[in-house]
Write a protein that binds this ligand. Structure first.
Ligand code: FMN
Length: 169
C-alpha cells in the first residue's frame, strides 16, 4: 500500500456521493491528542482564489475544541467496509471514548492534522475562516427551524486545501 499526493484538478470525487452518502471523518489535534467525528455536510470548491473545503461543526461536539486550537484539519474518505466505524464515530463522543484507538486506525501526521492510513482519500486543510451560522441570516426560515430546533447553529470553517492524499493499492 502506498500514498500519492494528487493535485486538486485530479480530484474527481462527486461531493453529493462522497459526503452525503459515503460520509467522511473530520479530524484535528489539540495538545498532542487527536479526535475525529463523522460528517456528511460540507462543501468544496474555489473561494478567495484558493481551493477550499468547508466543514460545519455543532457547538456541542468535542471535535470543535480540537479544530479551534489547531491550524489544520483533515477530512478522510473511506470505502464501504468502514461504514460501521464511521457510524460509531458519528454516534460516540471523544469525550467518552478514544474513537481512533477503538477503530484501530493507524494514524499519521500531515501538516499538523491527524490522518489515517486506512482512508482511501484524505484532504488536509489550513483554516482560513470561522463563523457560526446566524438565525437572522436565514432567508428560508424553514431550513433554520428544521436544522436547528435547539438553536445549536453550526460553526463553519473554510479551509484552504493544502494536500490531497490518495491511497494506492
Ligand atoms: C452520518 C453522520 C453525519 C454527521 N455529520 C455531522 C456534521 O456535518 N456536523 C456535525 O457537527 N456533526 C455531525 N454528525 C454528528 C457527529 O459525528 C457526532 O455527534 C459525533 O459523536 C461527535 O463526536 P465528538 O463529540 O467526539 O466531536 C454526524 C453524524 C453522522 C452519523
Amino acid at each position: 500500500m502506498s500514498f500519492k499526493e494528487i493535485a486538486p484538478y485530479e480530484f474527481n470525487e462527486n461531493p453529493f456521493s462522497t459526503l452525503a452518502k459515503d460520509w467522511a471523518l473530520l479530524s484535528a489535534k489539540k495538545d498532542g491528542k487527536s479526535n475525529t467525528m463523522t460528517i456528511a455536510w460540507g462543501f468544496y470548491g474555489v473561494m478567495w482564489g484558493k481551493n477550499v473545503m468547508s466543514v460545519v461543526v455543532r457547538p456541542q461536539r468535542h471535535t470543535l475544541g480540537f479544530i479551534d486550537s489547531a491550524d489544520t484539519f483533515s477530512v478522510s474518505f473511506f470505502d464501504d467496509s468502514y461504514k460501521d466505524k464511521l457510524t460509531y464515530c458519528g454516534r460516540t463522543s471523544g469525550k467518552d471514548e478514544d474513537k481512533i484507538a477503538k477503530c484501530g486506525f493507524n494514524e499519521y501526521d500531515e501538516s499538523g492534522a491527524p490522518c489515517f492510513e486506512e482512508a482511501k482519500l484524505t484532504i488536509v486543510c489550513r483554516k482560513l475562516y470561522r463563523q457560526q451560522f446566524d438565525e437572522s441570516c436565514f432567508i428560508d426560515k424553514d431550513v433554520c427551524q428544521e436544522s436547528y430546533p435547539d438553536k445549536d447553529y453550526h460553526i463553519m470553517y473554510v479551509g484552504e486545501i493544502i494536500k490531497i492524499i490518495k491511497k494506492e493499492d
